[in-house]
Design a protein around this ligand. Structure first.
Ligand code: NAP
Ligand code: GDD
Length: 331
């Protein structure tokens, strides 16, 4: 035990699960907000490895039913837990979905952040806040993008993230809160949702290699992304809240690859030629695309010492291996 308490919104997501493991390993008491669904008490499969039964006397992981669209719930929870650190990871995080559900995305991703900031103010708790900002806020800006690059979001998701980002800056400047944004470029892992392009590709490569499927349909193969490894980004979030000063940082690997490059590497690692299995479907094209996101994370390297070690090609191998292993386990 290190005597510190953290609250994570979005604890059931990819990043939330890695951050939970990291904070538990550092001796934190960890609280997370989970959503109730019609068929499940909560979607907690990514937390299976660290889940603790409520009857466990030494328990350090606590899951609370809630939603960032419910302001009263947030105030009560922050007042009850009195966390030292809050990580706001809750979001409708899929860019393409945000074009279909723009108002919902704004409610969760933009207003969710301000509800949480207000909950901290209303409860009077002295806490440090991490906001999960996104490279999607840069839109078509020329790479490499860094903390000085002008924002130009190109999706309802990007617009919502930009609101949350500026709200975080504003609460820092208005109320002196230790509130910071990590402007994270794409980061992936075997726990990545199956409709994001990397996982869609690695899962398909594994299933095709196993003879379960024959092909996968993708949209724009020319988009360039800076794909890093999610557990390393969870470490950066934690480091930013341990820093002396509240400062926003870009989190990125600095390496570029196209969707085509990623598909080629993933299929090759599964012993396949991507050209035999990838087909185009325009339904996966976006109304406005972000063509090229490649980050320059020199500032956090200089000031905090964080650097991404795993690049997109190693990441592709990690993810294909995990998807192949999951199929083998299923028998
Ligand atoms: P993710 O896997 O999609 O997880 C999103 C989390 O938010 C899930 O736990 C989800 O709960 C929760 N959530 C959604 N709506 C909610 C609501 N109304 N109330 C409470 N919780 C809600 O996303 P991720 O990849 O871990 O990303 C974490 C954060 O970083 C997100 O804010 C994302 O936008 C941002 N970000 C991600 C990346 C990236 O490349 N991964 C890059 C930049 C920024 P359910 O499990 O119930 O759906
Ligand atoms: N999802 C998806 N599915 N994307 C595809 C497909 C497909 O079939 N085919 C091509 N793409 C292209 C998209 O057009 C986009 O250019 C790129 O692959 C990456 O798409 P996603 O994996 O959906 O990620 P994203 O870059 O749009 O958004 C992710 O990264 C952001 C940070 O830059 C999400 O994690 C966001 O939450 C995050 O903020």
């Amino acid at each position: 035990m290190n005597g510190k308490t953290a609250l994570i919104t979005g604890i059931s997501g990819q990043d939330g699960s890695y951050l939970t493991e990291l904070l538990l390993s550092k001796g934190y008491e960890v609280h997370g907000i989970v959503r109730q669904t019609s068929s499940l008490i909560a979607n907690t499969s990514r937390l299976d490895g660290v889940y603790q039964d409520p009857h466990e006397p030494e328990r350090r992981l606590f899951l609370h039913k809630g939603d960032v669209t419910d302001a009263g719930m947030l105030v009560n929870l922050v007042r009850d837990i009195r966390p030292d650190e809050i990580y706001n990871l809750a979001s409708q995080s899929h860019v393409q979905v945000s074009f279909d559900l723009p108002e919902y995305t704004a409610n969760v991703t933009a207003l969710g952040a301000i509800r949480l900031l207000e909950a901290v103010r209303a409860s009077g708790v002295d806490t440090r806040i991490y906001q999960a900002s996104s490279s999607e806020m840069f839109g078509p800006a020329a790479p490499p993008q860094d903390e000085t690059t002008a924002f130009h979001p190109r999706s309802p998701y990007g617009v919502a993230k930009l609101y949350a980002h500026w709200a975080t800056v504003n609460y820092r400047e208005s109320y002196g809160m230790f509130a910071v944004s990590g402007i994270a470029f794409n980061h992936e892992s075997p726990r990545r949702g199956e409709t994001f392009v990397t996982r869609k590709i690695t899962r398909a490569a594994a299933r095709i290699a196993a003879g379960i499927e024959k092909r996968v349909y993708l949209g724009n193969l020319e988009a360039v992304r800076d794909w890093g490894y999610a557990p390393e980004y969870a470490e950066a979030m934690w480091l930013m809240l341990q820093h002396d000063e509240p400062v926003d940082y870009v989190l990125a690997t600095g390496r570029a690859a196209t969707v085509r490059d990623f598909a080629e590497a993933a299929f090759a690692h599964a012993g396949l030629d991507w050209r035999d299995h990838v087909e185009h479907d325009e339904r996966y094209e976006r109304p406005a695309e972000v063509p090229e996101l490649v980050g320059d994370a020199a500032k956090i390297g200089r000031e905090i010492g964080w650097r991404a070690e795993v690049g997109w090609d190693r990441l592709a191998r990690i993810m294909v291996d995990a998807d192949l292993a999951a199929l083998a386990d299923r028998g």
